[in-house]
Design a protein around this ligand. Structure first.
Ligand SMILES: Nc1ncnc2c1ncn2[C@@H]1O[C@H](COP(=O)(O)OP(=O)(O)O)[C@@H](O)[C@H]1O
Ligand SMILES: [Mg+2]
Length: 463
């Protein structure tokens, strides 16, 4: 590119002294595209129209038409609306205080008259240089964020990058996908990402949680029923599969599905038809199935709890999400992501980040509840934090769990005691049942949906 074609950076000079304007214009021409304005309104108009890189703003206490306040006002407007513009205040010797106020308000620098043009040129060049660095920095940050983010998912670890590319590959196909991984690793997000990158993206995405619906209701929930099909079936109802025709159905916690329903789902996957409960009329459907489980289905197959043929049907593609403790690269990235996502909810505080100890703890912690636990802890910390940096105790890491709730005197309410006990027992049962919700419910002698509701209430994950 020859010098003539080079796009010059724009500089706007605002001064009420026409002599100075012309002098500066004369010396700066060639190096810059020079714009001039002799009052506030004109200056602001030119800024809006031409978007200069630099603005040299005269603040002259003794000026006739251009007061010090006006200089600051222009600066405020620029910093509000075009924060990237570098403003250099030019002052008389007697208005230095204004210049300092201006720096405080975001002016890049100030220069005290009388003007030495070579000095001033150096200031302008440096301002431009710094502006370019800032732009480059912003561009790189955005580029990086693009790599870290995939739909609603963030992840920089090689494991997650692999998963993103797998999602990209399988999304446009109609293949059935089985998403596996511990609770809270993002299985539902993966299913959503697949749907939204598929050709079905404008159609329905319906989630059915096989653990939260009682077995006898799950069948009609999935397939629908005719009027009078069973007691309570007062009207005909379409099932979720039918409602999702042309779209995607996400069958969450499929490991909890009863064997008899497994047969019916298998049939649907093979023949693409359903029959409503109480009807023999086949209805043809075009629904993509994505299933998820936190159980070891192979183990369930050995136990006779899961059909092998259904397993092979479902796992045409298997996406296995790594637990958070196995992708340490993502821990602080996620922590900051949730911090930024939720800090708006507690807008009264300015949250800057995590203390060093908090970061170290997060990196060494085992995260049994994975990303969901991280999300909950950060969200809670944002509410609890007293300072602008989140501490381990804000994250709930230093809490001593006091199981000895009945001491000498009664210190807790019955309600609180019951909650504490419930949480402990549910966690124990789930641990014993290796995350199998049906089994845990059996141990606790409650129904599976009840257990599921309690887990939701207390934010307990299955594994
Ligand atoms: N990679 C991720 N990036 C951002 N948020 C995530 C990620 N993985 C999980 N989450 C969040 O964590 C929570 C649990 O995710 P979810 O998909 O419900 O997990 P799962 O279905 O495996 O139990 C959700 O609020 C989800 O938005
Ligand atoms: Mg889930």
């Amino acid at each position: 590119m020859s010098d003539k074609e080079k796009v010059l950076a724009k500089i706007l000079i605002v001064d009420d002294d026409v002599g100075i304007l012309n002098q500066l214009k004369w010396v700066l021409q060639g190096e810059y595209e020079v714009l001039i304005a002799s009052n506030k309104e004109e200056g602001l108009r030119i800024i809006e129209e031409k978007m200069p890189e630099l603005v040299a703003l005269d603040v002259n206490l003794n000026g006739i038409s251009f007061s010090d306040r006006e200089g600051i006002e222009i600066l405020d407007k620029i910093k509000n609306r075009f924060p990237f513009i570098k403003v250099i205040m030019i002052t008389g010797d007697d208005s230095k205080e204004i210049a300092l106020e201006a720096i405080n308000k975001g002016a890049y620098d100030y220069y005290v008259k009388p003007i030495n043009i070579e000095e001033l040129k150096i200031i302008f060049r440096r301002a431009l240089y710094i502006q370019n660095l800032e732009k480059e920095n912003k561009r790189l940050t955005e580029e990086l964020q693009g790599r870290f983010k995939f739909g609603e998912m963030v992840g920089d670890s090689p494991q997650m990058q692999n998963i993103f590319s797998l999602i990209r590959k399988v999304a446009p196909t109609d293949a059935t996908v089985l998403v596996t991984g511990e609770s809270g690793t993002g299985k539902e997000l993966v299913a959503k990402a697949i749907h939204s990158l598929s050709l079905r993206r404008d159609e329905a995405f319906i989630v059915i949680n096989c653990a939260s619906i009682p077995e006898n209701l799950l069948e009609s929930e999935l397939f629908g029923h005719e009027k009078g099909a069973f007691t309570g079936a007062h009207i005909q109802r379409k099932g979720k599969l039918e409602v999702a025709d042309k779209g995607t159905v996400f069958l969450d916690e499929i490991g909890e599905m009863s064997l008899s329903l497994q047969v019916k789902i298998l049939r649907f996957l093979q023949e693409k038809v359903i029959e409503r409960v109480g009807s023999n009329t086949p209805i043809e459907l075009d629904v993509r199935i994505i299933a998820a489980t936190n159980q070891d289905l192979k183990e369930r197959i050995k136990e006779g709890k899961f059909r092998e043929d259904l397993y092979y049907r479902l796992s045409v593609i298997n996406i296995n999400l790594p637990s958070l403790r196995n992708r340490k690269d993502d821990i602080l990235l996620l922590a900051n992501y949730f911090l930024n996502k939720y800090k708006k909810e507690v807008s009264t505080k300015t949250m800057k980040g995590f203390t060093k100890q908090a970061k170290e703890l997060m990196l060494s912690y085992s995260w049994p509840g994975n990303v969901r636990e991280m999300e909950n802890r950060v969200r809670r910390a944002l509410i609890l934090a007293d300072n602008s940096f989140i501490t381990p105790s804000d994250l709930g890491f230093e809490e001593k769990r006091d199981m000895n709730i009945i001491g000498e005197t009664i210190k807790v309410s019955l309600k609180k005691a019951r909650c504490t006990l419930e949480i402990e027992l549910i966690k124990k049962a789930l641990k014993e049942a290796k995350g199998n919700i049906s089994l845990a419910a059996k141990i606790l002698e409650i129904s599976r949906p009840t257990l599921y509701d309690l887990m939701k209430k207390y934010n307990i994950s299955a594994m």
